[in-house]
Design a protein around this ligand. Structure first.
Ligand code: SRM
Ligand code: SF4
Length: 565
């Protein structure tokens, strides 16, 4: 332990990281402890770096307490998948692990990753091994490091798409923690270090002050919500060739009710770099944040606050110093939309891809829809197909020469084609209940029903095909990126939501609080007259989010600091 660091001023997690011997902590002992289904408190912080969150079943919370039992502990495992691309073999492995070791469902996340929920402690290790057997891993899927790097969903759309995907993979590889702890603990590799002999050339022994997120996007499609990222690369092309990337910094959405110094913020475009410079730029942005980010207050520790506290000009200067060269001036670009573009598309190689809607990103079987079985059959019968997770919790069955076979299987199970409203196909709901410990209200389990009710209003006004971005989260942390939606609900208490309006259709504007703590009836009563007004008084092609601002339902927010819950 160092005597030079004044631990009393730092957040508790800083000390846990430092004392962990590069992310080992007492995880081995915690896993072996038969007395509890939990792991030691400090290990719950470290397990995140290994892609694992301790959770408990919140539906059973009261009953377990009544019976004087410890909570029904289980774990979430997040699989890192840069750009979201899995093979059909990997899909089959995840499907199997979901059945044999988790709760029988697969969750496709808003950052193009897989999640397994409900894995009990003794099944953690075999599950992680099963994931690694299929050549995937979970390290750095969570924790104070660079997380899963998002990329425009389908690399086969053009050569440029493939180059951009390669950048996501390169950055991900470059910024993966170097500690051998992951291999020792989960994969039974020989103990390489029992003192501080591991090195983390980029992160050092306390890693980053907080999580760090990156994405790449190719205009005109903002399908990775680039301005919500700590660091974004916006691909710039000339005559179909990639010439480089505009660099955007300081996005982030997490905030806390009652803590006004926390707020969602959109990234600022600070310049342009060449393709060869991009990995270096990613590293140096991370290093500036590592050195200057707040290590005292975790609620104020993201890059967005470092930038707002010290100023964008300071950040640019500092970054240029770290780089040893200046970023070039940013190039012009336009985003026309975010979200996914559904349906079949032919790639430049002549192969076919189908973007499917997966409600709430949850792959499961219900009485109404056998989605999990259908996708398993596709993966089994069409082994050349890729399974590409999009940044909007959806799935692309990608790059197959067997379009007819895929189509027949999906038709057999009524998975595709389906008639979706413009609202539903642009919906995102975070997980929330029953696994998320931070949820105040339902999201994934409730939004589909609420949408059905809003659809009736849209139907009355012949707006059922109108594309409107709608997102719901169970708390203000922002996992479903609600602050960018045209209509958003953020859980306040069970059954009650704040309603936000006025995000735009291309993900470049924050929305604004419209009404607080609404029940379902109140939500519908609030939305009904606005939708009627929209139907009657919109300008040609005007989007819902732009309309509510023009008509004064909410005032446009120009920067994160103005945001109020
Ligand atoms: Fe998130 C914490 C789920 C994307 C901001 N997020 C959590 C935890 C792990 C709760 C916890 O800490 O105990 C949630 C687990 C719920 C569960 O049972 O699965 C959780 N976040 C998710 C996922 C699964 C939502 C989904 O339905 O898809 C997404 C996983 C992405 C991935 O694959 O890595 C997910 N989380 C996001 C996003 C969106 C994004 O990154 O594009 C955000 C907003 C962007 C941002 O980071 O600013 C987000 N999650 C947070 C925060 C707030 C961070 C902050 O700066 O304040 C927390 C809480 C925290 O970190 O303290 C959080
Ligand atoms: Fe949980 Fe809140 Fe994230 Fe939803 S937004 S998954 S409730 S932390």
């Amino acid at each position: 332990m160092s005597n030079e660091i004044d631990w009393t001023t730092l957040s508790e997690v800083e000390k846990i990281k430092y004392d962990s011997n590069y992310l080992r902590g007492t995880l081995v002992e915690s896993l072996a402890d038969p007395v509890t289904g939990a792991i030691a408190d400090a290990d719950t912080q470290l397990s995140k770096f290994h892609g694992i969150y301790q959770q408990h079943d919140r539906d059973l919370e009261k009953e377990r307490k009544r019976q004087k039992l410890e909570p029904a502990f289980s774990f979430l495992i997040r699989v890192r998948l840069p750009g979201g691309i899995a093979t059909s073999q990997q899909w089959l492995q995840m499907d199997k692990l979901a059945d044999e070791r988790a709760n029988g469902t697969l969750k496709l996340t808003t950052r193009q990753a897989f999640q397994l929920h409900g894995v009990i402690k003794k099944k953690l290790k075999p599950t992680i091994q099963g994931i690694n057997d299929a050549l995937m891993d979970t390290i750095a899927a969570c924790g104070d490091v660079n997380r899963n790097v998002m990329s425009h969903a389908n690399p086969a759309e053009s050569e440029l798409h493939a180059e951009v995907y390669q950048l996501a993979k390169d950055i991900s590889a470059h910024l993966t923690p170097q500690t051998s702890a992951y291999h020792e603990i989960w994969l039974d590799k020989k103990l390489i270090a029992n003192s501080k002999s591991d090195v983390e050339p980029i992160y050092g022994d306390r890693y980053l002050p907080r999580k760090f997120k990156m994405a790449v996007a190719i205009p005109p499609y903002n399908d990775t919500d680039i301005f919500s990222q700590d660091l974004g690369f916006i691909a710039i092309e000339e005559k179909g060739k990639l010439i480089g990337y505009n660099v955007s910094v300081g996005g982030g959405l997490g905030s806390t009710f009652g803590v006004p110094e926390t707020y969602p913020r959109l990234g600022d475009v600070i310049g342009f770099c060449t393709p060869e410079q991009a990995v270096d730029v990613a590293e140096k942005v991370v290093l500036v944040q590592k050195d200057y980010g707040d290590r005292q207050n975790r609620k104020h520790a993201r890059l967005k606050y470092t930038i707002d506290d010290r100023g964008l000009a300071w950040f640019k200067d500092e970054l240029n110093k770290y780089l040893g060269y200046k970023l070039q001036p940013a190039k012009p670009y336009t985003f026309t939309r975010n979200g996914d573009r559904y349906g079949w598309k032919k790639g430049t190689d002549g192969k076919w891809s189908l973007n499917l809607f997966v409600e709430g990103g949850r792959v499961k079987n219900t009485d109404q829809l056998q989605l999990k079985t259908a996708l398993k059959e596709v993966a089994t019968e069409v082994p050349d197909a890729q399974f590409i997770l999009t940044g909007n919790q959806n799935l692309i069955i990608g790059n197959t020469s067997e379009k007819a076979k895929v189509a027949a299987i999906l038709k057999k199970y009524n998975v595709w084609p389906v008639g979706l409203s413009g609202l539903r196909q642009n919906s995102i709901a975070c997980v929330a209940m029953n696994t998320c410990a931070l949820a105040f209200a339902e999201a994934e389990r409730y939004l589909p029903d609420l949408i059905t009710k809003i659809e009736s209003i849209l139907e009355e006004h012949r707006l059922i095909k109108e594309e409107i971005i709608i997102r719901m989260t169970g708390c203000p942390n922002g996992c479903g990126r609600p602050y960018l939606a045209e209509i958003a609900f953020i859980g306040k208490s069970p059954g009650h939501y704040n309603l936000y309006l006025g995000g735009n259709f291309n993900g470049t504007r924050l929305n604004t609080l419209y009404k607080e703590t609404l029940s379902e009836e109140e939500i519908l009563n609030e939305l009904r007259p606005i939708i009627a007004d929209f139907a009657e008084n919109r300008n040609p092609k005007e989007r819902f989010g732009d309309f509510v601002i023009r008509k004064g339902y909410v005032k446009e927010i120009k920067e994160g600091k103005e945001f109020k819950h």
